[in-house]
Design a protein around this ligand. Structure first.
Ligand code: ZN
Length: 96
């Protein structure tokens, strides 16, 4: 049992000496690790959060020109059943 304790002490001393010898590298490693962790946290914060509720509620309407589906609230209503997704579509429809 005494030998085991002695070996443990030697190992600890060796570990301490190694840590002291490579303290700069260890400090650098820790810094890099912290940086990576910080970056990951930032990424998690900046990640687009998916809204559980749909952003645009209400029915979708079909653009009469390009066929794109857009929420009725943002579409341009031109008649009882005619909708346009954007003013560009409306203008191009008017031109033709
Ligand atoms: Zn359109």
């Amino acid at each position: 049992m005494r030998e085991a304790f002695f070996i443990l002490v030697i190992l600890l001393v060796l570990f301490g000496l190694t840590a002291y010898r490579y303290r700069k590298q260890i400090a650098m490693g820790l810094q890099i690790w912290r940086m990576l962790r910080g970056a990951r946290e930032m990424e998690a914060k900046n990640a687009p959060q998916i809204d559980p509720q749909p952003a645009e509620r209400g029915e979708l309407v079909n653009c009469s020109r390009c066929g794109k589906w857009t929420p009725a609230s943002t579409a341009i209503k031109f008649g009882p059943t005619i909708y346009y997704c954007s003013t560009q579509c409306l203008q191009q429809k008017v031109k033709t």
